[in-house]
Design a protein around this ligand. Structure first.
Ligand code: HXC
Length: 258
């Protein structure tokens, strides 16, 4: 499918979505977020895709929600229009893994979009921040909720209240990003990680995503119970038989349900 604000393409078994509004540093407007939701829905339904990567440009993953579009909003515009958040949850509800590959600025809604993904691979040029306070607003797509879960209260408060930016090294140390790679290797590394994930059994990959997310929505005991039930269920999969047989026979597994 052709889009105006993003580029969506299959790279082997990986669905690559590139935010493509370079003149505004990928500022997030409704049509862009709607297209992102549509591309995710399409890749989720595509049997040939096992993992999805969202990336931006060298300069910006996304510099936040589009300020020029929001500046004259009334309360009713914001409330009724559900500005840029109306299709937001698709990143989270997509059952296939979604990796954010971040170079340059990931600010405001850009940082929130990256945090909505399953994990973040950062270029050494990445800068994360929630600068909304400078605009007279607060984060509106998870900044005050996902950031403390990722980096703890002290750093989340610091970032949201001071509007300062956090570089890749600090973000990795704080647990916001899973790995840092040289900027010129970002896409290669992210696609490599995604291709690896896409080579595993898809139902198992989806269960792992569901289980890790459950850790943030339930008590430890409930989460452990949920995991145990799904662990038992995994023994009903043909791919479990194949994976374990391959180990015992010292060969590579040929998973059927990718
Ligand atoms: C609209 C934006 C934009 C944004 C950048 N641009 N960020 N347009 N919305 N969020 C535009 C600029 O106006 C400019 O357009 C062009 O992109 C290049 O930006 P510059 O500022 O000239 O670049 P630079 O000097 O390198 O500074 C980069 C920057 C700065 C530090 C990232 O652009 C910046 O501070 N942007 C705003 C960041 C921010 O406050 N984000 C939070 C938004 S609120 P022209 O036409 O002049 O060339 C938010 C709430 C989410 O995200 C709520 C979700 C519901």
């Amino acid at each position: 499918m052709t889009y105006e604000y993003i580029i969506a393409e299959a790279k082997g078994r990986v669905g690559l979505i590139t935010l493509n509004r370079p003149k505004a540093l990928n500022a997030l407007c409704d049509p862009l977020v709607d297209e992102l939701g549509d591309a995710l829905t399409e890749f989720e339904a595509d049997e040939n895709i096992g993992c999805i990567v969202i990336t931006g440009s060298d300069k910006a993953f996304a510099a936040g929600a589009d300020i020029s579009m929001m500046k004259d909003f009334s309360y009713m515009d914001a409330y009724k229009g559900d500005y840029i958040t109306r299709n937001w949850e698709k990143v989270k509800t997509c059952r296939k893994p979604v990796i954010a590959a971040v170079a340059g600025y990931a600010l405001g809604g850009g940082c929130e979009l990256a945090m909505s993904c399953d994990f973040i691979i950062a270029a050494d040029s990445a800068q994360f921040g929630q600068p909304e306070v400078k605009l007279g607003i607060l984060p509106g797509a998870g900044g005050t909720q996902r950031l403390p879960r990722a980096v703890g209260k002290a750093k989340a408060m610091d970032l949201c209240l001071s509007a300062r930016m956090m570089d890749a090294t600090e973000a990795e140390r704080a647990g916001l990003v899973s790995r840092i790679v040289p900027a010129d290797k970002l896409l290669e590394e992210a696609l490599g990680a995604a291709e690896k994930i896409a080579s595993y059994s898809l139902p198992v990959v989806m269960m792992i995503k569901e289980n890790v997310n459950r850790a943030f929505e339930s008590s430890l005991n409930e989460g452990l119970l949920f995991e145990r039930r799904q662990f038992h269920a995994a023994f009903a999969l043909e791919d479990q038989k194949e994976g374990m047989a391959a180990f015992v026979e010292k060969r590579k597994p040929a998973f059927k349900h990718r």
